[in-house]
Design a binder for this molecule. Structure first.
Ligand code: C5P
Length: 408
């Protein structure tokens, strides 16, 4: 932890007293610790105790003339290697999820370009409340890291999940974050996600039910392993993941152009559900019902196949992965797609049982070596497993022999 700069944000909760111990542990491990104490946090511990233990000024005020001229909240948010929010109250999580900037803590978190680790702490009912759970899911989808909360007896006398993780466990999570192997460092990855919308006229389009959850999770998982990720996404209701270059497109043609613009890349994962057909040039005016009740004569043309284009193109990434969302004959379709598209792996999933929009997925990884069924798991877990497999494959010796063959 030597030379690591932690910005610890302490929000309002009885667990704030444990954060004093966390400061001590962090200092002991060699890290430097700057602190922000929220108004709520100040109800439990004082800026003086925080400053005394951290050996640095404790920041509390967004509109402090003195602090803003000396440091400034933007600088504060950039001068750290990691932001740790402990305890993270239900209120601060909600403000983070909404992107509020109504105090120094929330503003710093909104302004940062550094990873953020939260240690939630609150009453069990507050933690289990759908609003808090939604906020946490949203934050994790954006790439926010989390430790805890633990199960146990609470200061309020109730029992269950909501206790802040112990300072030793928060320290371990911080150490794990820094020690994490980054096997994809120096590698670039292109990920497509979400549906495409193919406009028919100014108000209608052809789309599909893809939520983008799996593709976005894969982009985050690859970035976690150190890859420089470009995410090309169709219209989804998900936030742009933190620290990932995200390009928004609507149509398949736009997606192809954005993918081509992001090449060369070492890895391409085409998780998007691209419309196979498009009306082409949309009509300028809304199509009106005809008097004779006949439906409009929609002429569709085939869209470019992005996966096949990337797989067969001159700038082919060294590992190209496609998805096969099928409602029947899953394996046959996956195997034939592997051939016809020219990609290296296919992640096959049966979408007949409502995978679209769900948080869980069941997939089979199909490669030239065979098919491997993965257990049903959360889309984030599937993404992490796939990213690990990608990293293992990329680091195999056959992925670096180009230099050797040029030299020999
Ligand atoms: O042919 P099908 O749509 O079933 O193939 C699915 C795979 O092909 C997915 O990886 C999807 O991202 C990709 N695809 C594509 N461009 C298309 C259609 C599908 O990249 N026009």
């Amino acid at each position: 932890m030597k030379n690591k700069r932690i910005l610890l944000i302490i929000s309002g909760g009885i667990a704030a007293y444990k954060s004093l111990e966390l400061i001590r542990l962090l200092k002991k491990s060699g890290a430097s610790v700057g602190c922000i104490l929220t108004k709520g946090g100040e109800q439990f511990i004082t800026p003086l105790s925080v400053a005394s233990l951290s050996g640095q000024q404790c920041y509390t005020d967004l509109f402090s003339l003195k602090d803003e001229t000396e440091m400034g909240h933007i600088q504060l948010s950039r001068d750290a290697d990691l932001l740790v929010v402990a305890p993270a109250s239900a209120d601060l999580l909600a403000r983070m999820a909404q992107g509020r900037s109504d105090d120094l803590a929330a503003t710093t978190i909104l302004a940062t370009d550094k990873p953020v680790l939260v240690a939630p702490a609150m009453n069990v009912r507050m933690w289990n409340h759908a609003a808090t759970q939604d906020n946490m899911i949203r934050l994790e989808q954006r790439g926010i890291l989390r430790v805890g909360p633990d199960d146990g007896e609470m200061a309020c006398g109730e029992y269950g999940p909501g206790r802040m993780a112990e300072p030793e466990d928060i320290l371990a999570a911080i150490e794990k974050h820094f020690a994490q192997n980054k096997p994809l460092a120096g590698k670039s990855a292109l990920v497509t996600s979400g549906p495409t919308h193919e406009p028919i006229d100014p108000v209608r389009f052809i789309g599909n039910r893809s939520s983008g959850k799996q593709g976005h999770a894969i982009a985050i998982a690859l970035a976690d392993l150190g890859a420089d990720v470009t995410l090309v996404t169709g219209p989804v209701a998900l936030p742009d993941p933190l620290g990932i270059k995200t390009v928004h497109i609507e149509t398949a043609a736009e997606m192809l152009a954005a993918c081509n613009a992001s090449l060369p890349a070492d890895i391409a994962v085409c998780a998007a559900a691209v419309a196979d057909w498009t009306p082409g040039k949309p009509l300028d005016q809304k199509i009106k019902k005809r008097g004779d009740k006949s439906p409009p004569d929609l002429k569709l043309i085939e869209n470019p196949d992005i996966l096949a284009t990337l797989s067969k193109g001159p700038n082919r990434p060294s590992l190209v992965i496609g998805f096969a969302a099928e409602t029947e004959n899953l394996m046959d379709a996956a195997k034939s797609k592997l051939k016809s598209k020219g990609c290296d792996w296919i992640v096959a999933n049966d979408v007949s049982e409502g995978v679209f929009g769900a948080d869980e997925n069941t997939v089979t990884l199909v490669t030239s070596a065979g098919a491997e069924e993965w257990e049903k798991a959360g889309k984030q877990d599937i993404a992490h497993k796939l990213a690990q497999r990608i990293a293992a494959h990329i680091s195999q010796p056959q992925h670096t022999p180009r230099l050797k063959s040029v030299l020999s």
